[in-house]
Design a protein around this ligand. Structure first.
Ligand code: LLP
Length: 452
């Protein structure tokens, strides 16, 4: 039976009163322990959801998502009225997710033809879409022109030429932002740091390429300059890179002439807490810091304050999502460690393996029971490195138990693969005691559907 057909659960105790308050930072705000001791999200018992829909199961608290998207929009309207919040859909581009963020008033950043296709299919108006990508090919350029997207974020001279030719051939003028590599990077993992000079992204400022790109766009009858873009990095827990990036951009704007640089998109990057000890800046602090950085930098250069955009992905969706796994086996190696194997792993959550990212784990039943010796939580893939959590602090677990990993809502299912022929998980949205499947679990038939 689908949980959405059941009566809503009896109102459980709030998490703070029920023993998972220590995890409040990483769980959705609706997390609580239900009457039978099970962890529940959005009023839905995770054990019931796992029984109904199988595991691994990605569960998003829709109410939490709506509030977070709204908090971004609200912070922007208070700190920089008229500014724009653009959801970076690479964090998770499911149609239900895109509808939630669009309804909350956010624009959408897409980084490929596929993400563009998803945003259009979700009903996001084309003029609310920003097209990114460091190597937009001819097909993607035709697609974005046909859709009439609001802006293209230009990343290099070759694609500038391709876009110009294609727009001219269609007789249209395409609005663009020039992506600048400022030579300032965020303090984060090197794989997700993008603002440094040595980067595949954007037009380097130091070499003069950024200024040259701006000139090329100004001269082009088929392109219209809308402004500048910068993204210094991702999972930033420290926002000190923004004033430096803004200062560098403002100097460039003064040097090249700021009159047609109406929009400055400062990118995304706000970090989230994956573990209980992490304390990311709040949404309000992030928006206030970015707005103040731009205001101060533009005023120092004596040029009028532009319209502002930010482009968060992770911080919109990470904490709203959890993944539920079922334990398949426990292996003790005396004097070494205990391995606990679950029915997913690197195919649905690659971040631990790719970036050494750390997560918390909770047992779904009575999660607040006393933890035993740390265990190594591993996936089911044929790789020794398929480790979800190297030292997980869990109460006693046995085969059949359910484990919940919080804060898996960003770059989890969005980076999922079929490695080892493992079908990708189902995605469920929960809200006020009701659950709806928004993406069904992949089947074996899906796995073979492209084989000829
Ligand atoms: N804008 C641009 C141009 C970006 O490249 C990115 C992320 C964002 C916005 C959104 O950044 P966010 O607010 O989510 O930090 N797979 C990695 C993250 C890669 C981020 C790439 N670009 C991870 O799992 O940590």
């Amino acid at each position: 039976m689908s949980p959405s057909q059941e009566a809503p659960l009896a109102r459980p105790e709030p998490a703070s009163a029920a023993g998972v308050s220590a995890y409040a930072q990483v769980l959705p705000s609706s997390a609580e322990i239900g009457p039978d001791g099970h962890l529940a999200i959005g009023g839905c018992d995770l054990a019931e959801l796992a029984d109904a829909h199988g595991t691994p199961l990605v569960v998003y608290d829709e109410g939490h998502l709506r509030r977070t998207a709204h908090d971004f929009a609200d912070a922007m309207s208070r700190h920089a009225p008229g500014g724009e919040v653009v959801y970076a859909s690479k964090a998770y581009w499911g149609l239900a997710m895109l509808r939630v963020v669009h309804e909350a008033g956010l624009a959408v950043d897409v980084a490929s033809g596929g993400e563009l296709h998803a945003a259009l299919a979700a009903g996001v108006p084309a003029d609310r879409i920003y097209m990114h990508g460091n190597n937009k090919d001819e097909r993607e350029i035709e697609e974005l022109l046909a859709a009439r997207v609001g802006a293209v974020v230009l990343d290099g001279f070759d694609e500038l030429d391709r876009l110009e030719r294609a727009a001219a051939a269609r007789g249209v003028t395409q609005r663009v932002l020039v992506r600048v590599t400022p030579g300032v990077s965020g303090d984060t993992h090197e794989y997700i740091s993008t603002g440094q000079v040595d980067s595949k992204f954007g037009f380097p400022l130091a070499s003069g390429d950024a200024a040259a790109a701006i000139e090329r766009v100004r001269e082009s009858p088929s392109l219209e300059l809308g402004g500048l873009h910068v993204h210094i990095g991702s999972q930033l827990l420290d926002l000190s890179g923004f004033p430096s990036a803004a200062a560098v951009l403002a100097r460039l704007a003064r040097e090249v002439g700021a009159e047609d640089l109406g929009l400055i998109n400062m990118g995304g990057g706000l970090g989230v807490a994956y573990t209980r000890d992490q304390r990311p800046p709040s949404i309000d602090e992030f928006v206030a810091t970015v707005v103040e950085a731009v205001r101060a930098a533009w005023s120092a250069e004596g040029i009028p304050m532009p319209r502002l955009a930010i482009e968060p992905g992770r911080a919109v969706v990470a904490r709203a999502g959890v993944t539920v796994y079922r334990v398949g086996g426990v292996k003790d190696i005396p004097g070494v460690r205990r391995y606990v194997s679950v029915d997913g792993g690197m195919s649905d959550l690659l971040r631990p393996m790719l970036y050494g990212a750390t997560y918390e784990a909770l047992r779904v039943t009575r999660p607040a029971d006393e933890p035993v010796e740390p265990v190594r939580l591993v996936g089911k893939h044929c790789e020794s490195g398929d480790v979800l959590i190297s030292e997980a602090h869990l109460p006693e677990v046995a085969a059949g138990d359910l484990i919940c990993l919080p804060a898996t809502g960003a770059y989890g299912v969005a980076m999922a693969s079929n490695y080892n022929g493992v079908p990708r998980p189902a995605v469920v949205f929960v809200d006020e005691g009701h659950a709806r499947v928004v993406a069904r679990r992949e089947t074996y038939a899906d796995l073979l559907s492209r084989e000829l």
